[in-house]
Design a binder for this molecule. Sequence first.
Ligand code: ADP
Length: 407
Amino acid sequence: MRILVVNCGSSSLKFKLYDLTAAETPALLAEGLVEEIGREKSRFTYKSHKSPNKLVLEVVAKDHTQAVSAMKDALLHPEHGLFKDKIEVDAVGHRVVHGGEKFSNSALVTPGVRAAIEECIAIAPLHNPPNLAGITACETIFPGLPQVAVFDTAFHQTMPPHVFLYGLPYEQYEKFHIRKYGFHGTSHEYVARRCAELMKKDFDKLRIITCHMGNGSSITAVKNGKSFDTSMGLTPLEGVVMGTRTGDMDPAVVLYIMDRQKLSPQEMNTLLNSKSGVKGISGISNDMRQIMEKAEAGNNRAQLALDIFVYRIVKHIGAYVAAMGGADAIVFTGGIGENATTIRAKILEPLAFLGAEIDQVRNASDAKEKIVTRDGSRIAVWVVPTNEELSIAQKTKTIIESQVSAG
Ligand code: ADP
């Protein structure tokens, strides 16, 4: 079965085409990225097993439909494409950021599903509109092809009410659905399952803390195979300090700044989401490699940003160990979690008392997937590269197969 995975942002479209015929050995056939959608000219990068050297092209993609068209043209290209006259795929899997309370699983896109995604625009105004635009574009360019929505929030729908409710008047939840939802669910589930496989243990009997650390970062407590708690909330702003987001903060700060500095909700939103976090604290960048370099060179604010980033993650891990009554494993993933050896070491240092004993040689090894604690460490710590696109493809395949067997 061939599955095309599409991930649309406001000005970008990322895609990967998988052959999942052999479930154990999925094959990535092609991948590409259209950037700067909406400008006069957009940048298109494309790679396939027929043209392993990355092609960089200029295309016209004034909207997501034209971007999908560019993707189709590349896949049908006489030299670099994979197909002759027709794109032969079985379904398209779309990353959809917010599924609200309606989706605890992926779903075949129907008018009802589309309406539910639209309803979530109010709480995910940056993410759900481009996700929907990607679905509409694929429906237009590939009429009749099944489209599946895979939600970032779905895995976290198992959180119990005493975990997902805020200390607000209950009507705020009843009337306006204000609660913790959590994000990066596809990644947290994927790396937690892989960790259980690597440990040769039953996923449903483990307590795993997954740390997805990239531009956006979130920590999840996975208890007996289910998301029990997660650091992001109604939106991805809650939780640990991120590249450009504040993470947890006294909500009164927001009111105080808006009042004293006369900021509009829009301006405040930009301050909280795009100007804060590691970038805002350091005054340098949200790129962790750059922050580490500057901190190493003696820049105090880069060091402070790094210390705050690490501290907040340690605090969340500690809280989740307590919340689950212990932990069997911690998993690091995402650009920072997978690559930043020293940040992993710094996070684990204060956690040694819990029984997470780092092995410095293992931590510094070049292996992509690895255990970084000593043999016999009470908590096993793993690095597992995330693969959200592959996971979306697999979930899409499951939905398509269930439709076939039901129909
Ligand atoms: P996104 O959340 O956009 O998917 P990624 O998961 O790719 O982002 O993570 C991007 C972050 O990972 C950036 O801050 C980048 O600096 C950081 N990163 C990537 N490689 C390294 C590395 N070798 N050391 C430290 N940080 C790294």
